[in-house]
Ligand binder design. Structure first.
Ligand code: CUA
Length: 308
C-alpha cells in the first residue's frame, strides 16, 4: 500500500485492511453525495414552477418505499460488520506479542523494554513481530498516534491502556501526541525506529548509558534523551522552565519571594524534586526525574554548569 492524498504510506499488518475500509466509506460517501446532488439539480429543473401547472397526485410505490429502507440498512450493516471485526483485531494483541511499557508525561514519551533499558522519544521495535505497548501517563491525558501504523490510543493517568502493531518494513516513523496536554503538546513527538530482529537485539544490547563518557558529554546526551530541551533552552529563551544559559551561579527569586543560589545541590533538588523551589514567574509543572542514577544527575549538572 503506498501513500495517497488521504493516507500516508502504511507500514503495519493492519494498515491494508484499515485502508480498504477507509476507502470504501470514502468512495461510498462520494458516490452517494454525487448521486443525491445530481438528483436534486435534475429534479429542481425538471419540476420547476411553470405558469398554469398543477401538482399531480402521486401514489406511493411499495418498491421505492422498501428499497430506500432496505438498501441503506444493508450498506450500514456491511460497514458495521467490517469495522467491528477490524476493531476487535486491532484491540486484541496476539498472545506472542513483544511487550514494551510506554509512559507519556508533559512532554515526552518513555519506552521501557523487558531488559530494563529505557529510551526517551525513540521507540525501537523489531519488524515482522507483533509489539504490544502497555501505556500509562504520569500526569494528564495524552494520546499515542502512529499514522503509518494506523494506530491511535489514549494514554491515561492511573490506568493502563494498550495498543499493538506489527511493523512491516525497516524505517523511521513519526509518533504524535493527539490529545491536547498543555503548552508543549505540539513538541510531544517521538519516532518509531524499526529494525530487523538481529539489529533490534543488537540495539537492545548496546542501549543504555556508556560509563566511559565524560560527564558533560553524558549530560548533553541526557539533555536530548530525557527531553529537557522541551522546557529548558540553551540560548536564554524562557520556554516552560528557566533557560540553562547562565543559570549556574545565578541567584533566583522564588515564588514565595525568597532567593536561592543556583549551585549543585539546588540543581540536583530541582531535578529530583522540582516542586521544592519554584522560580518566580514559572509554573510547577515538571515531573520528578527520580529514576536517574547518581552519575546521570552529576552529568546533567556538569552539562548545565557549562552553559554560559
Ligand atoms: Cu501529550 Cu498532547
Amino acid at each position: 500500500m503506498t501513500g495517497s492524498f488521504w493516507l500516508p504510506d502504511g507500514a503495519s499488518t493492519l494498515s491494508p485492511d484499515i485502508d480498504s475500509l477507509f476507502y470504501f466509506v470514502t468512495w461510498a460517501s462520494i458516490i452517494l453525495f454525487a448521486g443525491v446532488a445530481a438528483a436534486i439539480v435534475y429534479l429542481a429543473y425538471r419540476y420547476r414552477r411553470r405558469p398554469g401547472a398543477v401538482p399531480a397526485r402521486v401514489k406511493p410505490s411499495k418498491i421505492v418505499e422498501i428499497s430506500w429502507v432496505v438498501l441503506p440498512t444493508i450498506l450500514v450493516l456491511v460497514v458495521f460488520n467490517w469495522g467491528f471485526r477490524l476493531f476487535i483485531e486491532q484491540s486484541v494483541a496476539p498472545p506472542n506479542a513483544y511487550e514494551i511499557y510506554a509512559r507519556g508525561a508533559m512532554w515526552k514519551w518513555d519506552f521501557e523494554y523487558p531488559t530494563g533499558t529505557v529510551s526517551t522519544n525513540e521507540l525501537h521495535v523489531p519488524v515482522d513481530r507483533p509489539v504490544r505497548l502497555v501505556m500509562s501517563s504520569e500526569d494528564v491525558l495524552h494520546s499515542f498516534f502512529v499514522p503509518a501504523f494506523r494506530v491511535k490510543q489514549d494514554v491515561l493517568p492511573d490506568r493502563y491502556s494498550s495498543v499493538w502493531f506489527e511493523a512491516t518494513r525497516v524505517d523511521t516513523f513519526q509518533v504524535f501526541c493527539t490529545e491536547y496536554c498543555g503548552a508543549g503538546h505540539s513538541i510531544m513527538l517521538a519516532s518509531v525506529i524499526t529494525h530487523s530482529q538481529g539489529d533490534f537485539e543488537a540495539w537492545l544490547a548496546s542501549a543504555g548509558v556508556d560509563e566511559d563518557t565524560p560527564l558533560p558529554e553524558l549530560g548533553a546526551q541526557l539533555y536530548q534523551q530525557q527531553a529537557c530541551f522541551a522546557c529548558h533552552s540553551l540560548d536564554g529563551t524562557a520556554v516552560i522552565g528557566p533557560s540553562f544559559a547562565g543559570l549556574y551561579g545565578k541567584t533566583e527569586t522564588l515564588d514565595d519571594g525568597s532567593t536561592a543560589l543556583v549551585d549543585d545541590d539546588y540543581l540536583r533538588e530541582s531535578i529530583v524534586d522540582p516542586g521544592a523551589k519554584i522560580v518566580e514567574g514559572y509554573q510547577n509543572v515538571m515531573q520528578p526525574y527520580a529514576g536517574l542514577s547518581d552519575r546521570e544527575l552529576s552529568a546533567l549538572i556538569a552539562f548545565i554548569r557549562e552553559q554560559e
